[in-house]
Write a protein that binds this ligand. Structure first.
Ligand SMILES: Cc1ncc(COP(=O)(O)O)c(C=O)c1O
Length: 408
């Protein structure tokens, strides 16, 4: 059953009704029509400079009521946070790196990760571990997600950080963040969460799941352009943390009200102190931001948040049930949880002859305009199918029909 809100949402993705069966949101989403229009309008103005003022974008698209402010506010609403807790960053990877730089970790400390997580979650720590005698511990897997008992058993009084995704990117099994966050909060450990494979589909409320940091690229399930995402920092963590990089525009010159006043006064110099807010917003570490990225992120996030409030998760779980039932009929093994409450939008299944066949099937499906991706982590995975709010039962049935026709 598809509601009017979800049907309206699908209309923003005309390619879905023009022969494309798109089930690959976990790799990179499609751009909604209104997002493309908002970005195009920006590009036209950038080419024409209608007010003869070259930095016009700061008014229309800057902080507060401007587009960057709107993007922060829309993301904060989805997280149950405040706009000031959110920095707009380039990607999940960039956000996780900034979080790692800000955490207080010393020689002899350890960090707990998950053995099948995405490399971007591990890299900030595995690289540091080589040069700083930091220990990295990997929790084992149970039913496609971190085994929480095993993860908790690896925590000791030298554990400073637990970094984990919200879902298994090659299994579709939701991670029990409630249990992990309860443990990290009780022990004062930083919890860095990679939400890129669920944000936009499954709710993540930081009032209920007390993460220290949440990093998320916008280009997957949020359907914004590539190169735009966010990093949330919990207020006390942000106040205590030590950013290693300082973006000029995240700060304010101490003797002027803002940078515009600094420029206009003619008196400011490089020796003037710059004050940075003690909040997540200080974690924007660059210079001029990606304006098209922020415009796309604001438009897409507002669209997804408003069109499908509360309904998306139930919808994708229903589609997942339908897909799994169809895969059963075809005799194909599903490795994602059968229990819908343990899934969000990802369902992963295996081809009978394993990895080579999964690669071949994905190529063959793509030639038939069905987009799915093969994904594994240390052998765990298969063909990954991503089901979003704008997919219909017809998309699932088309995939199943195409699979039926493939050579075994
Ligand atoms: C779990 C997970 N984290 C991070 C990434 C990378 O995201 P980004 O390109 O935003 O850094 C991916 C996929 O590319 C992913 O699946």
């Amino acid at each position: 059953m598809t509601s009017a809100a979800l049907r309206d949402l699908r209309a923003e993705f005309p390619a879905l009704d023009e022969g494309l069966c798109f089930l690959d949101w976990g790799a990179s989403g499609l751009l909604p029509a209104r997002t493309r229009a908002a970005m195009q309008a920006f590009l036209e103005k950038l080419a024409a400079c209608p007010t003869a003022q070259s930095v016009w974008m700061w008014g229309e698209h800057g902080d507060g009521e401007g587009t960057r402010g709107r993007a922060r506010a829309a993301i904060a609403r989805m997280l149950g946070a405040k706009a000031d807790d959110v920095a707009l960053v380039e990607s999940t990877t960039a956000g996780l790196q900034t979080a790692a730089e800000s955490a207080r970790v010393q020689e002899g400390d350890n960090v707990v990760l998950w053995e099948h997580d995405y490399p971007a979650v591990a890299i900030p720590w595995t690289v540091r571990a080589r040069s700083r005698k930091l220990e990295v511990r990997f929790a084992r897997t149970k039913d496609g997600a971190p085994d929480v008992d095993d993860l908790v058993a690896r925590i000791d009084d030298r554990t400073r950080v637990v970094a984990v995704s919200t879902i298994g990117w090659t299994t579709g099994a939701l991670v029990d963040l409630d249990a992990i966050a309860a443990e990290t909060r009780a022990r004062g450990i930083v919890l860095a969460v990679d939400a890129v494979q669920t944000f936009g589909v499954a709710p993540l409320d930081v009032r209920a799941v007390p993460a220290s940091y949440v990093a998320c690229g916008g280009h997957k399930w949020l359907c914004s352009p590539l190169g735009a995402g966010f990093l949330y920092a919990e207020p006390r963590t942000a106040a205590r943390g030590r950013p290693q990089r300082f973006g000029l525009l995240a700060g304010r010159p101490a003797r002027h009200s803002d940078w515009t006043a600094w420029f206009r006064s003619g008196e400011g110099g490089p020796d003037e102190e710059v004050v940075f807010p003690a909040s997540g917003a200080a974690l924007e570490t660059g210079g001029q931001p990606s304006w098209p990225g922020a415009i796309g992120l604001a438009a897409a996030t507002e669209l997804l948040a408003s069109a499908a409030t509360g309904e998306t998760l139930r919808h994708v779980r229903d589609l997942g049930d339908r897909l799994i039932a169809g895969l059963d009929t075809l005799g194909l093994e599903t490795i994602s949880p059968r229990d819908p409450t343990r899934r969000a939008g990802i369902v992963v299944f295996r081809a009978p002859r394993g990895r080579e066949q999964e690669l071949a099937w994905c190529d063959a499906l793509r030639r038939r305009r069905v987009a799915v991706t093969p994904r594994w982590s240390k052998g765990l995975g298969g063909v990954r199918v991503c089901l979003h709010a704008m997919n219909l039962e017809a998309d699932v049935d088309r995939l199943l029909d195409e699979l039926r026709a493939l050579p075994r």
